[in-house]
Design a protein around this ligand. Structure first.
Ligand code: ADP
Ligand code: AMP
Length: 219
């Protein structure tokens, strides 16, 4: 299955993608994670991306399109992928179509994680990430056992610089202006499946897996 998770920042895409990709043996491709890795490593891509990410703006299309094409096309083709945070505008969506058709492949489904802006803001501003293993927590909804410390590896938790409230507002604005158009784009292609992501993690997961199972049966 080739799957896209679409939705505003804070909708819970990464949280669901992490579990689903492990359980179903899918390649989880988070462009945000790849870019943060590049920024931390100080690579040319990271140096270029950093100033956009700090502001909450989108990194130029050619940078992310190349990252995704490389990951999808690695060793001929990666069979089951789960794209999280890509595409984020029409140009990226068309580039993805082109990459896939070059590989004689296509998308199977686009899950649209629908949440209110209020929920997205409260999820993002309360998100804490482990500085060691990258595990994801929320100060209220998914708190660690010991405040500020990762349950899994014991390292310190930290807030993403772009999860500060001002940058969160900018990211949601960018989503409304540039990304939300993709709902219509994929709806017209009959690929869109809307998920009510304003519920707890387990309920969202069940809805996504049920939908995937029924798509698998139809194939
Ligand atoms: P996205 O990848 O869409 O930006 P994340 O998966 O990183 O969002 O989730 C944002 C924050 O919200 C994280 O702190 C995560 O722990 C928390 N979270 C994710 N899904 C839910 C949910 N269904 N209910 C409550 N909190 C959630
Ligand atoms: P995310 O982890 O998905 O919230 O992304 C964090 C930041 O990385 C975004 O605010 C953008 O600056 C950048 N980014 C991630 N994915 C993309 C993308 N597909 N296109 C452009 N910029 C991206």
């Amino acid at each position: 299955m080739n799957v896209v998770f679409l939705g505003p920042p804070g909708a819970g895409k990464g949280t669901q993608a992490e579990t689903l990709s492990k359980q179903r043996g899918m390649e989880h491709i988070s462009t945000g994670e790849v870019l943060r890795g590049a920024v931390d490593a100080g690579t040319p891509v990271g140096l270029r991306a950093r100033k956009y990410m700090e502001k909450g703006a989108l990194v130029p299309d050619e940078v992310v399109v190349d990252i995704v094409a490389e990951r999808i096309g690695k060793n001929g083709r990666c069979k089951n992928f789960l794209l999280d945070g890509f595409p984020r505008n029409l140009n990226q969506a068309k580039a993805l179509d082109k990459t896939l058709s070059g590989l004689k492949d296509r998308l199977d489904v686009v899950f649209y994680f629908a949440v209110s802006e209020e929920t997205a803001v409260s999820r993002l501003t309360g998100r804490w990430i482990c500085s060691g293993c990258g595990s994801n927590y929320h100060q209220h909804y998914m708190p660690p056992r010991k405040p500020g410390v990762c349950d899994k590896c014991g390292k310190a938790l930290q807030q993403r610089p772009d999860d500060k409230v001002e940058t969160v507002k900018e990211r949601l604005k960018v989503y409304r202006k540039q990304t939300a158009d993709l709902i219509d784009y994929y709806e017209k292609q009959g690929l869109l499946m809307k998920i009510n992501a304003d519920r707890d993690v387990k309920e969202v997961y069940e809805e996504v897996t049920k939908a995937l199972d029924s798509l698998n049966r139809e194939r």
